[in-house]
Design a protein around this ligand. Structure first.
Ligand code: RIB
Length: 337
């Protein structure tokens, strides 16, 4: 027979609410001997609180929602792992949703999370800041939310991001230090805040070195391999000596284009990516890139969200900025021209 909270209360000769307060450590007002009697009975029957029943009393399910835009991009699983591990350490489960940038799917998942009564949501938007479905959902529901990886300009929400501008500056500065002046740039999708910030870093480094910005060698990418491949074919024809891509998947596309056009990396063309995804070590030559510490970003996002869940509704907005690391490998070398 499954022991219920009702059975525990009956045996301890107290109310269900009293047992619940002891289970949820909200038992300051309960006499010590009563608390001990209830805990002894719980241990005797090895009683496990029913999550659904508990949620009906505490209105919490110890579950977090996590929405990401592209599960196939190796950057995101590392981010998800950081969220899941830290959530589990704090006895929270995670519902993972992948939107592929589909706004209908996004709203469906948001409604699912409301139905599952998640305690909070961690969100990485797909293309263009916060979508209308999400803004509508937030207006209709007072649910704690933290942005992860992609900021929303002037947002009131807490968030965790790498210092994208500094990272873009570091990557470009590295190429300039190797005497590259004609540095092609393949950005992310133009409305994504982190792509704009990386571009700002690229521009700052060029300006500091008195290298004029050449719009002819700046291509808008899509954070996908095919976008990197297409842009690289154009850039190689313009005789750039180096290419900075705003993520590693697009750098894979650059490798493919360089091979097709007979350019050796790094002898003829230096390449630097962004993300330091785990498959980079399979590339020959190994890709020079920017480490985002995405696992740590995921952990920090959970930390901020739990603060909101356990804190007061007017919890102050908090932003965590992660320091980027330049990982110099074999795909960049001195410009001989
Ligand atoms: O590779 C995917 C890109 O989009 C990464 O640079 C990450 O920052 C995400 O926003």
């Amino acid at each position: 027979m499954t022991i219920t909270i009702k059975d525990i209360a009956k045996e301890a000769n107290v109310s269900i609410a009293t047992v619940s307060r002891v289970i949820n450590n909200k038992d300051e007002s309960i006499r010590k001997d009563t608390k001990e009697r209830i805990k002894t009975i719980i241990r005797k029957h090895n009683y496990q609180p029913n999550r659904i029943a508990r949620s009906m009393i505490t209105k919490k399910t110890a579950t977090l929602g996590l929405i990401i835009p592209d599960i196939q991009n190796p950057f995101f699983p590392e981010l998800v792992r950081g969220v899941e591990d830290f959530a589990n350490e704090n006895e929270y489960s995670v519902i993972l949703c992948n939107t592929d940038g589909d706004l209908n799917r996004e709203r469906k998942y948001l409604d699912l999370m409301k139905e599952k009564n998640v305690d909070g949501i961690i969100y990485t938007y797909a293309f263009a800041e916060l979508s209308k479905p999400l803004k509508g959902f937030l207006e209709e529901n007072n649910i704690p939310m933290v942005l992860l990886d992609r900021a929303e300009p002037n947002s009131k929400m807490s968030g965790v991001y790498v210092d994208n501008e500094k990272a873009g500056y570091m990557a470009t500065k590295h190429l300039i230090s190797l005497n590259h002046k004609k540095i092609g740039c393949i950005t992310g999708p133009e409305h994504i805040e982190n792509s704009k910030e990386r571009f700002s870093g690229y521009y700052q480094a060029l300006k500091e070195a008195n290298i004029p910005l050449d719009k002819e060698i700046i291509f808008t990418g899509d954070y996908q391999m095919k976008g990197g491949y297409k842009a690289a074919k154009g850039l190689i024809k313009k005789e750039v000596t180096a290419i900075f891509t705003f993520n590693d998947l697009m750098a894979f596309g650059v490798y493919q284009a360089a091979a097709e056009l007979g350019r050796k990396i790094p002898d003829d063309l230096s390449v630097i990516g962004f993300d330091n995804i785990k498959y980079n070590h399979l590339l020959v030559p190994k890709l020079t890139t920017i480490e985002q510490s995405s696992y740590k970003m995921g952990e920090n996002a959970v930390e901020l969200l739990l603060k909101q869940i356990k804190g007061t509704p007017e919890q102050e907005k908090e932003t965590i900025i992660i320091e980027p690391l330049l990982m110099i490998n074999e795909s960049t070398s001195q410009n001989k021209l």
